[in-house]
Design a protein around this ligand. Sequence first.
Ligand code: NAG
Ligand code: NAG
Ligand code: NAG
Ligand code: NAG
Ligand code: NAG
Length: 274
Amino acid sequence: MKSIIILFLINLIVVIVKCREQSVLTWMGLERTNETINSDLEQILSLTQILDSVAFERFNLGANSTLIVNNFTDVQYPLQTAGLKTLPMVSTCCPFGRPEVIEYARQLINNPQPFIDSAIQHAIDEGFDGWNIDIEPVGGDERDSIGYANFIDSFAKQLHQYNKTLTVCAATWTPFWNLSLLAQTSVDKIYTMSTYAGTFQGFQSALQFAIQSIPLNKLAVGVMTVDENNQPFSTEELTQRFQLIINNNIKSLGIWSSPIPLNWLPFLKQFVSS
Ligand SMILES: *[C@@H]1O[C@H](CO)[C@@H](O)[C@H](O)[C@H]1NC(C)=O
Ligand SMILES: *[C@@H]1O[C@H](CO)[C@@H](O)[C@H](O)[C@H]1NC(C)=O
Ligand SMILES: *[C@@H]1O[C@H](CO)[C@@H](O)[C@H](O)[C@H]1NC(C)=O
Ligand SMILES: *[C@@H]1O[C@H](CO)[C@@H](O)[C@H](O)[C@H]1NC(C)=O
Ligand SMILES: *[C@@H]1O[C@H](CO)[C@@H](O)[C@H](O)[C@H]1NC(C)=O
């Protein structure tokens, strides 16, 4: 009888853990952002009660629908072993604003399959749980936003056939992204970057727009660890922002980027149990 009760309790805990609605992802910039990779990893591995997913710089979008391996430190194994969901990034850095990025993006939109096939193969070979696409061109237009949403939809549907997830980063500072169109695709989550805003007012209005454009089950709010002057947020500022996040029933957060400042931890704990 006792062991049946214990078994029941273990199952209940498993169900509760699995059913947690809230998700917190952290990004690792690795060599690209000059991280101290070992200590960031150590922090992430110590926070598995709070974090469930990690996205990390590993790939870039190349010309002609290609995926480029950046050869930064490979963090897949320690993250996966700790039970974290691994979502490698596809970036278009560096520097930001390179004119070829919109060309690469249009080549991808017009001929997505080579990229998608390569991404699926990497996910299978390296054991990723999915992808985090962060294509940030300058000079796109509304026509591109339709093509980009079609690409994201097709990529998501194909990844789902392999039980892999697709997440995409988007903002409002270029018409290349249309949040409403992206929200109508099969993508699993949209991480908003407009919500990186340094001022509270900027954060508030970006969050409002994101909520109007993206259903809560797909909306992941991007938050940055520093303000517009590269200064960490005070506990008062964090109180204000997390209050808004929790009041609006936000279910997913993405933190740009590790390491996570220590004064965030009580707020994140509160968020995951909200
Ligand atoms: C990276 O960090 C090292 C050591 O702290 C420093 O010397 C270097 O200037 C940094 N590079 C960049 C690009 O920030
Ligand atoms: C992309 O394809 C075009 C047309 O086939 C070719 O001219 C160009 O060299 C290719 N670019 C790269 C970087 O492979
Ligand atoms: C990464 O390493 C591979 C194998 O050495 C090389 O072919 C590739 O060009 C490298 N990628 C970058 C972005 O340097
Ligand atoms: C995906 O998951 C489902 C349900 O667990 C399973 O039946 C299916 O075989 C999996 N497909 C692949 C490609 O792993
Ligand atoms: C996004 O697309 C919808 C539907 O085509 C359109 O009505 C809306 O104006 C677009 N939003 C932006 C910000 O361009």
